[in-house]
Each structure stands twice: as structure tokens, then as C-alpha cells.
Design a protein around this ligand. Structure first.
Ligand code: ADP
Ligand code: MG
Ligand code: ZN
Length: 485
């Protein structure tokens, strides 16, 4: 039997709070002077007591509810011991046996197929500080001294631990992407891998011939989706090779080296005993009564996957388009505001995915920074649909709207686009002018030599260009025929 790839992920999300988990220090550490956001509590001065940040609890509960977890009342914190300078207390305050949220699942979609990934639990914990080694590669090895910055120490994290339910790199990527999307919809976390507000530890093994779980390796230092994919490919090949040649595999932590494209053994996997967990008596149990949880549940927005399915149902979007439109909440909201102004759903979706996405990419901004109001864009798309503006005109007008961040009406005025379609007498005049300008072509058609209709198309094209696309092609064809007779 072929060995099956088995993957389980631990995702750390930095919670969007203004202050740290147990003190009032700012969480704004990026670019801050080292050790400027610290106090007696997060520096572990003896005699100080931690105070739980209610907002962090609320965000963890929100995320847990989004992931269909059971929210537990009376949950506790534990001290997890390890000796490393990034931890001023020499232990991290985390949740061990009594996590705030347990169970739950996330349905992912890979290659059009839905798959359920079960979760073990979600818990709250504090982040560690950051060590800075003055070596060329930033590694400890070879450094004559090291510096420590505690600005990040004590920032609230929620760790989401999956069951070993994923069986390919593609499934792992889909899972991470969807966790990130949920965190952003719920405004629980920025979920940015580049800045470290979303960090992933990847556990991977190959199943035994009898189908039971094999020896797992935990990979750390994977800082982008791309490196997760590469690290998994590398590690799966390495484990396959070891099993083929009978080399032993160890349960260990391995570090991904993005430059060399390899994983390297870092340390044997520590066991729970190594951490000497014990109850954090300085903190009271977390109060998460059913009424409190219910209140948070009621405050939650529509889930991204519900929105995705609703857009298919309600607006007739294809599944793929709906995935793209609902990827970001702000994009989905923009879409619905366009539709509310009378823009047909398929046209609004296209306009977003093509015209607007191009501008966003060019400017490197997100839709929340896009200057054109959704209602104005919606009116513009509605005008295209009603044939009051040709596509070409609409693009010109839209360019003005983007440049000046103005309304549709203002843009139409200043772009000088003749709004409304060219028809009837006005159109007849244009057609006559075009025919008069092309006597030879006209003669060819009259004498019946335009068998394939190419000359006819040529005239139609000239008329469309003259009207900037705002004539009805069928009417143009009729007029040409009429005037040629
Ligand atoms: P630890 O906290 O020591 O890393 P856990 O028991 O919390 O250990 O498991 C961590 C992760 O490892 C979980 O996401 C789990 O799904 C995953 N995992 C457990 N066993 C395996 C395995 N055999 N192969 C792949 N992943 C596994
Ligand atoms: Mg682990
Ligand atoms: Zn502090």
C-alpha cells in the first residue's frame, strides 16, 4: 500500500488588540524602539501580577466560534517552562489542559472538492520576545553576543491546533488560506505571514503500511505559503527516501532553510514532561458563560464560506468567481453595493475582477484604499448594462473617477463622453458619412462580391469606432444595408 502523507498544523495568530495579554503595554511593536513597549509585568519583575485582557479573550472566542468549536467556561492558564532569553519569566503563560475552545472543524475546498479538517483545540497564550544576533545571517551561531527585545513579549496569540487530517501540501495551503480569511473577516488578526502575525508549524509524517500514523517531524521557520509548500515537498521526499532505504526517522523539530531549500534537524521533539506544565495560580479562570458566548455569536458577521455559497445562489455567480469576490470581506461588500445600484451581478463581478483588480495591483493597494465609491462604480456598470455607455466610454469615465476620486456624474462631465447611445437620425448620419468615405468598399458590397461579409464587417467596425462603441451593432448593420440600396 502506498504511504499516505499526513499533515497536522499549528497556527499562531497574533490577536488584534491594542494592549498585551497581561499588561497595558502597546502591541505596536513593528518599527518601535527595542524595549520601549515594556513594563514590570511583561518584564517579569518579581511581585507583579498579570491581569487578563478581556478583548483578547473575546477575539479568541470569536475565532473559536467561527471554527465551530465548543467554547469552554472556567478555563485556565498554565506555565510552560523553557529556558531561553526570549522569555523573561523562563516560562510562557499558555493554556494546556483547559483550552478556551475545543473540537471544531474547517471545511476546505481543493480542486472543487470539499474536505473537512477537524480541529483539536484553540488556546490563548502570550508571545515571546525577540533575540537579535549580530551575525551576517542573523543566526546565533558565531555571534559574540546577543540582544533581546521584549516589545513582542506578552502580545496575545491564539494557537489553533488541527488534527492530522490533511493529506497534501495543497490541502495544507487551502487550510491556512481559509484560517487567514476567517481571521480577517472576524477582524481577529491581520493574518500576515510576512510580518509574523500568522505563523505556522508544520507537522508531517508518512503513514505505516498498516495505515497507522508514522513518525512525525515538526517543521519550523516557514514564513510564507511558498516555503510551506517547498518544505513539505522536500520533507515528504526525504521521509520517503529514508523509509525506502530503511534509515531511521526520528520524532524531531526541523528548521526550514529557505535559501538552501532543505530542512535541518534542530532538536529532538520535546515532550510535555520537558515543559513541566503547572497551573498558573496568578490568574483566575476565564469567565466565558453561555450568555457571554451567545452575545459574541450574535455580533459575528456572515462567515466567508456562507457568503461564497450565497453569492452563487443569490446572484448566479460561478463558484470560482464567488471564491474570488468573497476572498476579502471588503471586496464582497463592494460587490454587493454595486449590485444594489442596479449593476447586473455578472458584470459587477467582472468589473471587480478585471478593471478594479488591475488598478489595485498596479497601485499595490487593497480595495479598502480604493478611492472610488462602490455606489458610483455600481451606477457606472448599470449604465453599461443599459447601453447608455459603451464599454470604451465606461473605461474612460472610470479612469477619470479613479484619478479624481469623483462621482460618476462629475466624471462624465469632465471626460466629455456623450452619454446615451447613438441611434436613429444621428446614427444614420454617421453611417452615411462612413459609406461616403469608402466608395470602393460600398461598390463591392452593392455588386454582391462581398461573399464572406468581410467588407460589411469593415464598415460596421468603422461606424462603431466613430460612435466610440455606443451604437447598437444590429441597428448599424440594418442602416448600412438600407443606405447601400
Ligand atoms: P506538540 O504540541 O508537542 O507539537 P501536539 O500533540 O499538540 O504536539 O500535536 C501537534 C500537531 O501535530 C497537531 O496539529 C497534530 O495534528 C499533528 N500531528 C500529530 N501526529 C501527527 C502525525 N503522525 N503526522 C502529522 N501530524 C501529526
Ligand atoms: Mg508543536
Ligand atoms: Zn507590559
Amino acid at each position: 500500500m502506498a504511504r499516505q502523507v499526513v499533515i497536522g498544523l499549528e497556527i499562531h495568530l497574533q490577536l488584534n488588540t491594542k494592549t498585551k495579554l497581561f499588561c497595558e503595554c502597546s502591541t505596536d511593536y513593528i518599527g518601535a524602539t527595542p524595549n520601549s513597549n515594556v513594563c514590570q509585568i511583561c518584564l517579569a519583575i518579581p511581585g507583579t501580577l498579570p491581569i487578563i485582557n478581556d478583548h483578547a479573550v473575546e477575539l479568541a472566542v470569536k475565532m473559536g466560534l467561527g471554527l465551530h468549536c465548543t467554547i469552554n467556561d472556567n478555563t485556565r492558564f498554565h506555565r510552560k517552562h523553557y529556558f531561553y532569553a526570549d522569555l523573561p519569566k523562563a516560562y510562557q503563560v499558555t493554556q494546556y489542559e483547559h483550552a478556551i475552545a475545543t473540537g471544531g472543524y474547517l471545511d476546505i475546498v481543493v480542486d472543487g472538492k470539499k474536505k473537512r479538517v477537524r480541529l483539536d483545540h484553540l488556546h490563548l497564550e502570550e508571545d515571546a520576545g525577540k533575540l537579535v544576533h549580530p551575525t551576517s545571517d542573523g543566526r546565533l551561531s558565531g555571534a559574540s553576543y546577543s540582544l533581546v527585545d521584549y516589545n513582542r513579549g506578552g502580545i496575545p496569540l491564539s494557537e489553533i491546533v488541527s488534527m492530522p487530517d490533511m493529506n497534501s501540501a495543497a490541502e495544507a495551503i487551502a487550510y491556512i488560506t481559509q484560517i487567514r480569511q476567517l481571521a480577517r473577516y472576524l477582524k481577529v488578526s491581520d493574518g500576515e505571514m510576512e510580518s509574523g502575525s500568522l505563523r505556522v508549524d508544520v507537522n508531517v509524517s508518512l503513514s505505516n503500511p498498516d495505515g497507522s500514523l508514522g513518525t512525525r517531524v515538526e517543521i519550523k521557520n516557514v514564513n510564507s505559503l511558498k516555503s510551506i509548500e517547498r518544505a513539505l515537498d522536500y520533507e515528504i521526499a526525504r521521509q520517503n527516501r529514508a523509509l525506502d532505504t530503511g534509515e531511521p526517522l526520528y520524532m524531531e523539530t526541523r528548521l526550514w532553510d529557505d535559501v538552501a531549500g532543505v530542512t535541518r534537524s534542530m532538536r529532538n521533539k520535546e515532550s510535555a514532561r520537558d515543559y513541566r506544565y503547572y497551573l498558573e495560580m496568578d490568574l483566575a479562570p476565564i469567565d466565558a458563560k453561555p450568555e457571554y458566548v451567545q452575545k459574541i455569536r450574535e455580533s459575528m458577521p456572515e462567515m466567508p464560506w456562507d457568503k461564497r455559497d450565497r453569492f452563487v445562489e443569490q446572484y448566479g455567480l460561478s463558484f470560482e468567481d464567488s471564491v474570488k469576490i468573497t476572498e476579502q470581506l471588503e471586496m464582497a461588500e463592494y460587490f454587493e453595493k454595486c449590485v444594489a445600484q442596479g449593476a447586473p451581478a455578472d458584470k459587477a463581478a467582472n468589473w471587480l475582477m478585471i478593471e478594479i483588480s488591475r488598478v489595485l495591483n498596479e497601485k499595490g493597494i487593497c480595495i479598502c484604499e480604493f478611492g472610488v465609491d462602490a455606489a458610483e462604480t455600481g451606477k457606472l456598470i448599470a449604465k453599461i448594462a443599459a447601453k447608455e455607455l459603451s464599454n470604451t466610454q465606461a473605461k474612460d469615465v472610470f479612469a477619470v473617477m479613479i484619478e479624481k476620486c469623483c462621482t460618476l456624474e462629475e466624471a462624465i462631465k469632465s471626460s466629455g463622453a456623450s452619454v446615451g447611445r447613438v441611434e436613429g437620425c444621428a446614427l444614420e448620419q454617421i453611417v452615411r458619412k462612413i459609406i461616403d468615405g469608402q466608395p470602393e468598399v460600398a461598390e463591392t458590397i452593392r455588386s454582391g462580391e462581398d461573399k464572406k461579409g468581410g467588407k460589411m464587417k469593415f464598415l460596421q467596425g468603422l461606424v462603431m469606432r466613430e460612435t466610440r462603441g455606443s451604437a447598437n451593432p444590429a441597428e448599424v448593420a440594418q442602416l448600412i444595408e438600407k443606405l447601400l440600396k
